[in-house]
Design a protein around this ligand. Structure first.
Ligand SMILES: [Ca+2]
Ligand SMILES: [Ca+2]
Length: 335
């Protein structure tokens, strides 16, 4: 596991989905799902008007089975200790997942409609973020979802949101769409990230396969913050911080930015030992009886701040539920 911004960094459209290669993929071919609130856009929020940028595009996901976690053969050692044992998981119900991370424009509509105040604003402390001068992580009162310290248009993923903020957004969107909108479970998230693949990344086993697929800690970030020079990817993805959602190639389900851009809150509480006892069918993480005041929530996928190894499909991250950072956002599931 890797904590988020609390310790040193470590270290389409449907026509793009390509031919299906298996029965699994046959069941999971991507296609947008139009709802009254939904405008299906190629590549998520490419439209510029505020009205269209606040709609959410969903992809249908069929039930299926996959191996969750990292194989022992990956030899990740302590780095991947929370990702083993790899285990069989069955998801028995279809669901829809947002094609992209929730954007600033979508979050703005929620705030404008409800008057919601995020935890970072409520505490007056702001969220965790990088001091670009020193490379250190610190909070600033001005560092909130509207002004995280780097440029964010309505098409960028919202950041500086806590787990509670994400859940409140889901509750509001549930009312808008007249259905149940929630954060994905960790199992649903990994199933969607893998999109039928068993490799380290949905693009392959090698970090270089993420070039063009993910916004990670790269030469663009290292150029801004020298402290990242030794861990950043060897290529320039053009985005030192967040990228507009859908800027990078989708996976075989048509989902963008499952690897990188912003880490994504999941519904589950985090437990590094959970995989030892995980249920096979629709696992939802530790139960309430396992939760303590020290419990953290799962965050998945890594971000613009992380080296490629942290963007692996099985990579598990965690964060204090009440804390927010400039590296984390979320996407949503609709039942
Ligand atoms: Ca980058
Ligand atoms: Ca992401």
């Amino acid at each position: 596991m890797q904590r988020q911004l609390t310790e040193s960094h470590d270290g389409t459209s449907c026509s793009d989905c390509g031919p299906v290669a298996s029965a699994w993929l046959m069941l999971n071919r991507c296609f947008g799902y139009a709802l009254p609130f939904v405008l299906v856009l190629s590549g998520c929020a490419q439209e510029k008007t505020s009205d269209k940028s606040s709609s959410v595009d969903f992809v249908d996901v069929m039930p299926g089975e996959f191996l969750m976690g990292a194989a022992d053969s990956e030899g990740l050692g302590q780095y991947g200790a929370s990702e083993v044992p790899q285990h069989r998981v069955q998801l028995t119900r279809p669901f829809r997942i947002s094609r992209c991370e929730i954007t600033v424009g979508q979050f703005r509509k929620f705030v404008d409609t409800t008057g919601y105040v995020t935890e970072a604003e409520e505490t007056g402390q702001g969220c965790n973020g990088l001091n670009t001068e020193t490379g250190n992580v610190e909070k600033l009162p001005t560092r909130i979802w509207r002004t995280p310290g780097f440029e964010q248009t309505d098409q960028h993923p919202v950041v500086c949101v806590s787990h509670r903020d994400a859940v409140r957004f889901c509750e509001w969107l549930s009312g808008e769409l007249k259905g149940t909108v929630r954060l994905p479970t960790e199992a649903e998230w990994e199933y969607c990230c893998r999109a039928g693949t068993a490799s380290r990344y949905s693009s392959g086993d090698e970090p270089e396969t993420l070039n063009g697929v993910a916004n990670c800690g790269d030469r663009a970030l290292a150029a801004k913050i020298a402290a990242f020079d030794s861990t950043a990817a060897g290529w320039d993805d053009k985005y030192p911080f967040t990228a507009p959602v859908g800027s990078f190639a989708p996976n075989k389900l048509g989902l963008h930015d499952m690897h990188g851009n912003v880490g994504e809150w999941c519904a589950d509480w985090f437990d590094a030992e959970y995989y030892v006892r995980s249920e096979v069918m629709n696992p939802a993480g530790p139960g309430e009886s396992d939760v303590t005041p020290m419990s953290w929530h799962v965050i998945r996928g890594g971000s613009w701040y992380n080296a490629p190894i942290s963007l692996r499909s099985s990579g598990r991250h965690d964060g204090v539920p009440t804390e927010a950072s400039t590296t984390n956002g979320f996407r949503v599931v609709m039942e």
